[in-house]
Design a protein around this ligand. Sequence first.
Ligand SMILES: CC(C)(COP(=O)(O)OP(=O)(O)OC[C@H]1O[C@@H](n2cnc3c(N)ncnc32)[C@H](O)[C@@H]1OP(=O)(O)O)[C@@H](O)C(=O)NCCC(=O)NCCS
Length: 168
Amino acid sequence: MNIRPENILDYPAITSVNKLGFGGEKEAKLVEIIRSSNGYIPELSLVAEIKDAVVGYIMFSYIDLVNEEQLPVLSLAPMAVHPELQNQGIGSALLERGLELADKRGEALVVVLGYPKLYTPFGFQPSINYQIESPFPVPEDVFMVKTLSGYEEKYKGKVVYPPAFMNF
Ligand SMILES: CC(C)(COP(=O)(O)OP(=O)(O)OC[C@H]1O[C@@H](n2cnc3c(N)ncnc32)[C@H](O)[C@@H]1OP(=O)(O)O)[C@@H](O)C(=O)NCCC(=O)NCCS
């Protein structure tokens, strides 16, 4: 398996893997909206491929953490693996590579809304542990944060997603 940043030729296969992985259109649309926004980070939008076929996808993009200041942090969304290839470590490999690249860029932290079982082994903790608040009412354990090399004490406050994220 190879993991690399996406390019324009991958877009149809990425749409397909997101639709199949999630069983719906919303996440594939979210990817398109993020790509055309200021938050898009091509180097952190990664595909997993096996024999030149895209089998998994992960996207990190910028969102805001707001207190007295407005600080850029990363959102991890969406992540999907082809249904026939789930539970074989592809998602974990995408996550590991993405976090490593984000850390090298000096990013401060990653925010994710997802399964604690998947993210906790990678060092994600409930955001409340860092005094970081979700913009929507969700159980504390599913709104998680992982701090990276650029993290400082000032990274606390409320997460603000662009409007496109709020339909989820
Ligand atoms: C979530 C997803 C991307 C993980 O990719 P994957 O290649 O299947 O993940 P891995 O094989 O690396 O498994 C990683 C861990 O996540 C867990 N996991 C995967 N899907 C899960 C789910 N729906 N609920 C709870 N835990 C889950 C696995 O059990 C595994 O833990 P284990 O090793 O302790 O058993 C993939 O299952 C998927 O595309 N799911 C549908 C889309 C989705 O829900 N994405 C959002 C993620 S928040």
